[in-house]
Design a protein around this ligand. Structure first.
Ligand code: ZN
Length: 404
């Protein structure tokens, strides 16, 4: 059996006034996702159990068949896997965003989708000035993709100052809110606040920011630290479920989560993790990877990014591209491998209204060998809400999908 999973990140949404009361999934023309719905079943699952925060880290673990209440330790340690950074048992990883705070408010959690070259130069300054020994340990700053960087706290003579009770704020969930209200709290927060504060003067007159402002780009005004955690321990997917998997994603978090459970990372040329990604390349890469793997997961970040920007039109465009260039070709190619199944599901909801991730059920469609149709005709939230197929614990969907 061959399995394909397509994740349109954050696609689940609410009815939009601008779309005549339809959700983006309803308003978009999605002939292939609807084909999967007609051939198979549409249901709903909850990938974000309370009290965890709704985001791709927790939700992706659920979608991949792992109970996040058991295995989740934080976002950053999942990303470090994809970045090739090894964590010792007492080390902590912390996400280090480059952000634009304007008039005291979180204006842009991506610093204008800062390019890798600019981001790396700013992070080099941060590592040079703020990295190195601290009492009992050592700080390392690692440049990642765009605005997504990592701070590693290496515990040396003393344990790291952080604990489960350390509270930090994902900056993508506080658009245009006062940054000062959302600073780190609890154990180790002094260190995190201090580093964030010290980045302000380092960036204020940085050559990279002077160039960005001259070009009309947003400057990165500071670093924002969050998503801390120690390395999680999980059983390999092949051991738990059987199939050998591959992950196609431009986002280190999703890649890293796949790699953590033992899936091979397969890169797709032209993948950006943004609205300008090469969708057709992702589809081709996914089909090619099916030749050498039992299961291939293709993740596309674009619908989530559209929601964070509050753009219904961009969200519809991203969904139609995924439908045409990824779901369609996969549905066409899968039967040539023999028995097959496909799962289309977002990780979590990202309503355009709030421009932030949200709790709640997400719609999924499953089609293929051994799946009997239920007379559903389209893949969207309304059909999913009316379905009698529900997984309150979203991580249990994987076993159902695999037919194990
Ligand atoms: Zn998001």
């Amino acid at each position: 059996m061959k399995y394909a999973i397509v994740i349109p990140d954050g696609c689940a949404d609410e009815p939009q006034e601008a779309l005549g009361g339809k959700t983006p999934l309803q308003a978009a023309k999605l002939p292939n996702m609807d084909r999967a719905a007609r051939m198979g079943v549409v249901g709903r699952s909850n990938n974000v159990p309370q009290p965890l925060t709704p985001a791709s880290d927790v939700a992706t673990l659920s979608l991949f068949g792992y109970d996040p209440l058991v295995v989740y330790t934080g976002r950053a340690p999942l990303e470090t896997v994809a970045m090739g950074i090894a964590l010792g048992p007492n080390d902590w990883a912390v996400r280090c965003n480059l952000v634009t705070v304007k008039d005291g408010k979180m204006h842009d959690f991506t610093a204008g989708h800062i390019n890798n070259a600019d981001g790396a130069r700013l992070m080099a300054t941060i590592h040079e000035k703020l990295g190195g020994p601290v009492p009992g340990g050592e700080l390392e700053f690692h440049a990642g993709v765009q605005y997504r960087n990592i701070l590693v706290y290496r515990a040396k003579e003393k344990p790291a100052p952080f604990a489960k009770e350390t509270v930090t704020q994902p900056p993508h969930d506080i658009p245009e809110k006062p940054a000062v209200d959302f600073l780190p709290k609890g154990p180790g927060s002094d260190l995190l606040r201090d580093l964030m504060q010290k980045s302000l003067p380092l960036f204020a007159d940085h050559p990279v920011n002077r160039e960005r402002i001259a070009r009309g780009d947003k400057p990165a005004t500071q670093i924002w630290l969050w998503g801390q955690g120690r390395s999680p321990s999980v059983e390999p997917f092949a051991k738990v479920y059987g199939p050998q998997g591959a992950i196609v994603s431009a986002v280190d978090l999703v890649r890293g989560t796949g790699m953590l459970i033992g899936w091979n990372r397969v890169d797709s040329p032209g993948a950006t993790g943004y609205l300008d990604t090469d969708y057709a390349s992702k589809g081709r890469t996914g089909i090619a990877a099916l030749k050498t793997h039992d299961l291939v997961c293709v993740h596309v970040e674009a619908p989530d990014e559209a929601s964070h920007e509050g753009r219904a039109d961009a969200k519809i465009e991203a969904l139609e591209q995924i439908d045409k260039h990824i779901v369609g070709p996969l549905l066409d190619a899968l039967p040539s491998f023999g028995d097959w199944r496909i799962l289309v599901s977002p990780d979590h909801r990202t309503p355009i209204r709030t421009r932030a991730h949200a709790y709640g059920m997400v719609p999924f469609a499953i089609a293929g060998t051994g799946i009997s149709p239920k007379g559903q005709t389209s893949y969207d939230e309304v059909v999913a809400d009316a379905s009698d197929l529900e997984f309150e614990q979203g991580w249990k969907l994987m076993r159902w999908f695999l037919g194990k």
